[in-house]
Design a protein around this ligand. Structure first.
Ligand code: NOJ
Length: 447
């Protein structure tokens, strides 16, 4: 397995999942702070109040990144640390934290990839309606402008939104994520539309407030289908199934969001009530939403095998699963990248991929995570195939750097290359971290 020269190897994390310090140094409340206080909302009633203490221990995190040998670190900024009320006065102490982190990364030769929004909306904005409210997009642009100006010359790579599909679908549809709403589809569509406006306005702000050039993308997720047998006809069927829109799972598609952001229109041939919603969007919105992007970020974990008609095939009895019971389907790396590149013609990064394991410290004091190594190996082999078929894939970020707060699953799932001992906040390198380091060093695996 060999990756192209200059291929970017990285690790990823997000503010609410790692930072802790939930009311330190003037940080405002966000929707996850509030949601986690709701009894039963999170497994074991866990919260991100302390998480991995990355706010206090960012130097430890950078040491781990250095030890891994990654070229880049994808992390997110907590909006309510910068703007405690979501808009208005800036909290300088919040900015100072990210200054320290970014400067230390740069001093260590690690390129920051900054996600502006990884699900932690300031509660003050939620109190006014959150993503139901168009003004949230204005607030997001204001926040993006502050960051672009402040990090000018130090941050060149931005990801506007992380998985709008999840924070709308799960936050405003099924209600299992903050803010915990279960709204009718028309309102979810409206929320998604506002995230698109936010994305477009942030793209403009990032470019206009940066003196040099910045590279902008979005981290998208959604259904990915792959053919049971590789024939041209079955490829077409799998590609069509990937972009099919159904009323009950339209939010978990790449194309509802990406067609809008990249082409400046919602997908054609959508069922009702999606089509009716799309027809009502004024032209002036599309001018805001559709902004040039430099890359697409893909968060890819698993997908569906389909038959020659694009129908989902049942998972066979005993088929491989992660600890979280997500299917292990490495083919999504190859075919998913093919379909997404074919449709959007933008260079890709895998902005997230990884698996949850039942990791523990063995008697010898080490964390032996053979499952994760096998997962990584299989998924990267498929990624290499996509590159060989001509897809410009520029880099891969493993999710995650360390075990952290896994949203409604709390600390019950471990997805890190480093094992987090949540008592001592010590990070222990898992076997997969060593494996990943060797892979990065060789830019592949030598036979
Ligand atoms: C998607 C999210 O971006 C990330 O926050 C989450 O922890 C992983 N996938 C795993 O569920």
């Amino acid at each position: 397995m060999k990756f192209p020269d200059g291929f970017l190897w990285g690790a990823a994390s997000a503010a609410y999942q790692t930072e802790g310090a939930f009311r330190e140094d003037g940080k405002g409340e966000n929707i996850w702070d509030v949601f986690c206080r709701k009894p039963g909302a999170i497994r074991n009633n866990d919260s991100g109040n302390v998480a991995c203490c990355s706010y206090q221990m960012y130097e430890r995190d950078v040491r781990m990144l250095k030890q891994l040998g990654v070229h880049a670190y994808r992390f997110s900024v907590s909006w309510s640390r910068i703007l405690p009320e979501g808009t208005g006065p800036v909290n300088e102490r919040g900015l100072a934290f990210y200054d320290k982190l970014i400067d230390l990364l740069l001093a260590n030769g690690i390129t920051p990839y900054v996600t502006l929004y990884h699900w932690d909306l300031p509660q003050a904005l939620q109190n006014q309606g959150g993503w139901l409210c168009r003004k949230t997009a204005d607030a997001f642009a204001e926040y993006a402008a502050i960051l672009a100006k402040h990090f000018d010359g130090r941050v060149q790579n931005y990801i506007t939104l992380n998985e709008p599909q999840c924070f709308i679908g799960l936050g405003y549809g099924s209600g299992i994520h903050a803010p915990g709403l279960t709204l009718p589809i028309e309102y979810q569509l409206l929320c998604m539309h506002h995230t698109l406006l936010a994305h477009g306005m942030a793209c403009r702000a990032l470019r206009s407030e940066s003196s040099g050039s910045v590279r902008i993308g979005v981290a998208s997720t959604g259904n990915l289908c792959y053919p049971a047998k590789d024939t041209p006809q079955r490829r077409d069927a799998a590609c069509s199934a990937t972009f099919a829109l159904r009323e009950d799972d339209w939010s978990f598609t790449h194309n509802w969001f990406l067609d809008a952001a990249v082409f400046g229109r919602y997908p054609e041939s959508a069922p009702e009530p999606l089509a009716a919603f799309a027809a009502r969007v004024p032209l002036s919105d599309w001018e805001v939403i559709c902004q040039p992007m430099d890359f697409l970020g893909i968060n890819a974990y698993n997908g569906h095998e389909v038959d020659e008609k694009g129908r989902y095939l049942p998972r066979f009895i005993g088929s491989p699963r992660t600890a979280m019971k997500w299917p292990v389907t490495p083919q999504v790396m190859r075919y998913g990248c093919l379909w997404l590149y074919e449709r959007y013609k933008l260079p890709l990064y895998i902005t997230e991929n990884g698996q949850s394991c039942n990791d523990r410290i063995f008697l010898d004091g080490a964390v032996h995570d053979a499952d994760r190594i096998d997962f990584l190996h299989r998924y990267l082999l498929e990624l290499e195939q996509a590159i060989q078929e001509g897809v410009p894939i520029l880099g891969y970020f493993h999710w995650s750097l360390m075990d952290n707060f896994e949203w409604h699953s709390g600390y019950g799932e471990r997805m890190g290359l480093f094992y987090t001992d949540f008592h001592s906040q010590r990070l222990i390198s898992k076997d997969s971290a060593v494996w990943y380091t060797n892979l990065i060093r060789q830019n592949g695996i030598m036979a």
